[in-house]
Design a binder for this molecule. Structure first.
Ligand SMILES: NC(=O)c1ccc[n+]([C@@H]2O[C@H](COP(=O)([O-])OP(=O)(O)OC[C@H]3O[C@@H](n4cnc5c(N)ncnc54)[C@H](OP(=O)(O)O)[C@@H]3O)[C@@H](O)[C@H]2O)c1
Length: 264
């Protein structure tokens, strides 16, 4: 396992898993390029980290990755400010809940832009210098949601199926080329995510499956440092994914549907 002393670009660093990952990278001596929409939160995090780790450099940028030009603006900012990104952490993401036909289409499409299109574009852009250097590391936050269909959170589950598949496939394409790709696929995690997605009172988020953001980030970070391709944090989540693989698909749909429904 190598000590990491490079610059990590982390999307969605203003809260939850991304924020905890930023703390772990900083502790290991990485400089940081932190991105999210809420600039104030990024500033608070930057000040906290610099107080503890004054020798690292931290850049922040407030950007909306549900807008088409988001990834390009991040790339151009990095170039203009000579930020040599050798580690890319694609973490920013949101969820939408409800019966698909009754949801706000605009919100669903924004989510797909953020969770999928922006992630693909950022990866493509920052992969180019990594390819030239024959060195780099990519950590992508997918989800256990991406391993099955998700009634009542349809587009979110489908977006994470894309992320999971993209990440594992990319890891295979890039193996032996000096660039590692790790897919961190957490299950339910206590962050702002459930509140933003409106799923705090679902059976899933009231279950013992819920992990803390620190635990998820630590396990993901450990596996990332070991260049592992897939990290599913938590024994319960691993067990759930294993059992879903063995179940008939009709049961899988039923289980997920029940987990995603609101409990009063
Ligand atoms: N929590 C869970 O149960 C869970 C489970 C599996 C996977 N995940 C995945 O984990 C990742 C991190 O989520 P989290 O649980 O840590 O939730 P979180 O606390 O809500 O964090 C989400 C992060 O994404 C950023 N973000 C949201 N919309 C954005 C936009 N349009 N442009 C730029 N940044 C945006 C947020 O910052 P701003 O609001 O400041 O923009 C925030 O920093 C997501 O990809 C999520 O799908 C979460």
């Amino acid at each position: 396992m190598t000590k990491i002393r490079q610059t990590a670009l982390i999307t969605g660093a203003s809260s939850g898993i991304g924020l905890e990952l930023a703390r772990l990278f900083a502790k290991d001596g990485s400089s940081l390029f932190l991105v999210a929409r809420r600039e104030e939160k990024l500033k608070v995090l930057r000040d906290e980290l610099l107080l503890e780790w004054p020798n690292i450099k931290i850049d922040i940028l407030a950007i909306d990755l549900s807008k088409e030009n988001g990834p390009r603006l991040i790339y151009e900012y990095a170039q203009k400010n000579k930020i040599a990104v050798s580690i890319l952490v694609n973490n920013a993401g949101v969820g939408c809940s409800g019966k698909f036909a009754d949801t706000d289409l605009h919100a669903q499409l924004n989510m797909i832009q953020l969770n999928n299109a922006s992630l693909v574009e950022l990866t493509y852009l920052f992969l180019q210098p990594m390819k030239q250097m024959k060195a780099g590391k990519i950590l992508i936050v997918g989800s256990t949601a991406g391993f099955q269909p998700g009634p009542f959170m349809l587009c979110y589950y489908a977006s994470k199926a894309f992320v999971n598949s993209f990440s594992e496939g990319l890891a295979e394409e890039l193996k032996n080329q000096g660039i590692s790709v790790t897919l961190l696929a957490p299950g339910a995690t206590a962050t702002e995510f459930s509140q933003v997605a409106g799923i705090e009172s679902t059976a899933l988020f009231r279950s013992p499956f819920v992990m803390s953001a620190i635990d998820v980030a630590q396990r993901g970070y450990q596996d990332f440092k070991k260049n592992k391709v897939l990290c599913i944090p938590g024994y319960l989540n691993k067990f759930l994914i294993m059992s879903l693989r063995l179940m008939p698909r009709s049961w899988v749909r039923l289980v997920t549907s029940n987990l995603n429904q609101q409990r009063l």
